[in-house]
Design a protein around this ligand. Sequence first.
Ligand SMILES: CC(C)(C)OC(=O)NCc1c[nH]c2nc(N)[nH]c(=O)c12
Length: 375
Amino acid sequence: MAAAVTYEPIKTCKQSGARLGRVHTPHGVIETPAFMPVGTQATVKTMSPEELKTMDAHIILSNTYHLFIRPGHDIVKAAGGLHKFMNWDRPILTDSGGFQVFSLSNMRKITEEGVQFKSHLNGDKLFLSPEKAMEIQNALGSDIMMAFDECPPFPAEYEYVKKSLERTTRWAERCLQSHSRPNDQGLFAIIQGGMHEDLRRLSAEQLTSMDFPGYAIGGLSVGEPKHLMYEVLDYTTPLMPANKPRYLMGVGSPDALIEGSIRGIDMFDCVLPTRIARNGTCMTSEGRLVIRNAKHATDFGPLDPKCTCYTCKNYSRAYIRHLIKADETFGIRLTTIHNLHFLLQLMRDVRGAIQEDRLLDFRDEFFAAYGLNDN
Ligand SMILES: CC(C)(C)OC(=O)NCc1c[nH]c2nc(N)[nH]c(=O)c12
């Protein structure tokens, strides 16, 4: 049966305190710090598993809430689980659905028991709870499962955030109890607490006392200024066990991936690269490039001269601009391949810089070329 999910520390960067590691899972190893492409509905939009392997993605993310409402976790289970269903034999992390319910569903009622809400697809009345979220994730068979939490809105009242994190802790306890895998294999808890140091500390202490295999920081990248996110990381990551994976949820942009790695984060996920690709915005070593811009109409060079991805090796800005303007599907496949490769390559470079004890120098070099205020 499935092995546990364990963290193997490899090295700490002498210059920055960032760390190199490996997360071992039943479906393989993840070199960290790592970026996880998001495949919300059992596909990283427009990408085949082979293309994801070509760009060396080690793990992808999928969503409990989305697969629960469509096609239904019973169908995925009948297919042999999510790996088989989507033909991906490397690690999968599933988010627990709590966050999606709070961000997607308009009508919802939160009680101690769980969350009543309406499907954003057809308005059906639905209910998610810690037990239901674990039932769904165990049916999907993901390697890493997230506890069912509440991500409070930003900004939020101190008292609301406090009550919310305490319920999130009680929900995490219930996830542990209802997890069908022995010794909570692969179940990560999510530290909440908003932008308040004492509440982040309270959430971390309550959750680390339950000894989960891994810990995430939720409730960030919710609209707060970047410096505030980094401040929360400065005092929250040291509260997380050094011998367990640290996952910063919903992050992020190139600068946030570097700054988060410097603060000891091991895993990141964000829809940014795939989402902006669909409107033709590309991340390049000189900053963002909006391919629809007329100046690219006769530019027969690659999106990024420094990039080695399939798109940059074979197609020009002029051609990609044409496809995007013509709303040709191949166009967003090419921009998606490039953006995902760009972030996966960035993480390879971050790991290389940690290996050479020079991550702060790397950050300065990257920002000088990319532009400080990317988001
Ligand atoms: C607005 C975006 C999505 C960029 O970030 C966040 O909301 N960041 C927080 C976040 C992302 N995914 C989560 N999953 C869960 N269970 N809990 C969370 O708090 C989060």
